[in-house]
Design a protein around this ligand. Structure first.
Ligand code: AMP
Ligand code: MG
Length: 317
């Protein structure tokens, strides 16, 4: 199994030698490699069993570093970086030739993000190269939000997990690209559409099916192994009478003491719900006496839209 620790110099040593290290961020744990080393990056795809058509996000310490890897930085992108970095926002920008094709799946653009986590920021500031890092889980499964989550699935394939505690946001970054000066959200995430439009005005959202440039938007993703149904829980319960169901609710309700039921946020707080989402899905997926999982959508505003997006994709398994 991997060693789990807080030793930045150990992480630095392994990454500098072309090896993979799992790193904490405020969104989810990442599986990192030197983004400028195609051989190291190739291992990410192998360990995750991720198709090479799904591009990786490049993590940097500062805006200045991001500017070295982007061939241009539109004004709106710079406004967003200034406002939200370090933070859960990925900018898709035209790439410099120094970023290997394997990182971007051959696209002419690169997704760049400056993560907001002390340990990983120190690590990035210490490294002479940026880190390519997708979420540290087998492709298509629920993203990890603790070092233990990473260890349970990928621990036998990597040497070191940098332990930064549970992730503060718990959902992946929001991905924003720019086409003809228009800002487009390719993936909903830790920063809401409302927050983004406060900074740059109008922003649109591009549905997965019409967006072949972002295959991470595949319909079935973030999915547990068990069958997962999304809808009105009381209706679903009637449909599955006789089955051992696990239930994922948004907030407290009258029968909140039911067996195998998890509540995302007792007080109905969407940020707390986001933080608990992936670990709750894992918990229900791992309980052996649960056959299927039933969940309800959360209120569709702010980060709630990103939560509902994950729930919908989990339900297409
Ligand atoms: P993750 O596996 O959570 O790290 O997500 C990476 C996702 O970022 C990919 O699946 C894509 O959806 C998106 N992405 C990364 N680079 C690009 C790019 N150059 N253009 C569009 N989307 C990108
Ligand atoms: Mg992922």
């Amino acid at each position: 199994m991997a060693i789990i620790g807080k030793d930045i110099s150990q992480a630095k040593k392994l990454l500098s030698g072309g090896e993979l290290v799992a790193i904490p961020t405020e969104t989810v744990y990442g599986l990192a490699a030197n983004a400028l080393d195609p051989t190291a990056v190739t291992q990410i795809f192998a360990v995750k069993d991720r198709p090479t058509f799904d591009p990786l996000i490049v993590h940097v310490a500062t805006i200045e570093q991001a500017q070295k890897f982007a061939a241009s930085f539109p004004e709106k992108a710079m406004k967003l970086a200034n406002h939200f970095w370090p933070g859960p926002l990925t900018l898709v920008l035209p790439k410099q030739a120094i970023i290997p094709d394997i990182v971007t799946s051959g696209l002419s653009t690169v997704g760049i993000r400056c993560p907001n986590h002390d340990l990983t920021r120190k690590l990035l500031a210490d490294l002479p190269f940026p880190l390519a890092a997708p979420s540290a889980n087998p492709f298509g499964y629920v993203s990890p939000t603790t070092a233990a989550h990473v260890n349970s699935q990928l621990g036998h394939k990597i040497k070191y997990i940098l332990d930064g505690g549970p992730c503060r946001i718990g959902l992946e970054s929001t991905i924003v690209g720019f086409e003809n000066e228009n800002a487009i959200i390719y993936r909903r995430g830790g920063i809401s559409e409302e927050e983004i439009s406060k900074i740059i005005g109008k922003v649109s959202y591009r549905l997965a099916s019409s967006n072949p440039v972002a295959p991470g938007q595949l319909d079935s993703h973030y999915a547990p192994n068990k069958k997962f149904y999304l809808g009105d829980i009381d209706e679903l319960k009637k449909e599955f009478i006789g089955k051992n169901v696990g239930i994922l609710r948004f907030m407290n309700n009258s029968d909140s003491s039911v067996d195998h039921q998890l509540i995302l946020s007792k007080s109905g707080n969407l940020e707390e719900a986001a933080r608990n989402l992936f670990s709750s899905l894992r918990q229900l997926d791992q309980k052996i006496d649960i056959e299927i999982i039933l969940a309800e959508p959360v209120p569709d505003s702010g980060i709630g839209k990103a939560i509902n997006d994950r729930l919908r994709r989990a339900a297409t398994n």
